[in-house]
Design a protein around this ligand. Sequence first.
Ligand SMILES: [Cu+2]
Length: 87
Amino acid sequence: MGEGKIVEVTIENFSFNPASVEILTGDTVRWKNEDSVIHTVRGSAFGSGELKKGDTYDFLFTDAGTYNYNCSIHPSMKGTVVVNEKN
Ligand SMILES: [Cu+2]
């Protein structure tokens, strides 16, 4: 089983960009905060601490499914990770 890839999601202007990513099991999503205010990544199966500007948070997805998440400080900031089974 090889290394998964890393997919980047930028946090900027109070939004996750791209708001939806589609990956395979074994891939990692790396969120990076480019805003000068603190944000978080909060999902049911994963979650970051407080991310200052320039901070990153990585999560490796091992289970297929659709994962909705938001920022715990600004709950209207929403994103989705769709994880498909790697064949
Ligand atoms: Cu936020």
